[in-house]
Design a protein. Sequence first.
Length: 249
Amino acid sequence: MPKKRTGVRFANATEAEFGRLLQRLRLRWEYEPHTFVLRTKPDGTPALAFTPDFYLPDINIYFELTTLRQKLVTLKNRKARLLAEQRPDVRLRILYRRDCQDVLCPARTRRAREAVLRKLLAAPPEDALRQAGWVVYLQRRADLAGRVSVMGVWLPLRPDWAGKKVNVWVYPRSLEIERGGSVIARFPCSYDERARVLTSVEPGELLAQPDMAQGTLALPQLDLRPLPDRRLPGRVRHAAQAVQPPLPL
């Protein structure tokens, strides 16, 4: 039964989990964006074609997941060989059932995500390793003034972002706000991993967008609400301390 996540209807649950993994690694991906014609009939219509499951545009590599019957695995291997012969410029990796079981793990820590990334890519780019090294993931909605509250600090964006949902990725030395797969703002910060709190946030940078002007954002404002006692239930501490909800797809 097809699984639908983020508006994409996957062919099976394994593909849905792989898309979830790519989001956890902060890798931009597209689902079945290109079809390669490998053979044509005398009238010019395709006789044999190959549509890889996932494409990573920033790294320029395709992934094909094969976890079904051996007959289909043999056919996909044949298509992959023909594609390599006809299009040596196309990078493709086939993930078999054992490969999928190896990489489709929770990967909740930075080390675990880096290990999975190195299993997927023989030589992952430094930028990809950096992006996978986040320590806290949050979902937020901007208020009427276009501000986002992150762990007791109000981060200013723009009024035209009022009411819109954003993803917040916290790193030890920076904080990124993302929407629609693109980073829209970045704030230098200091995050205490032991105490799980932001110790400081500096004025950030609004990144260029089609409907926005690039520029420097105002100074973040401290939320003066008192921090709840750590002995209280987690749902009560949620407003002031970092939590890591399941990544949405």
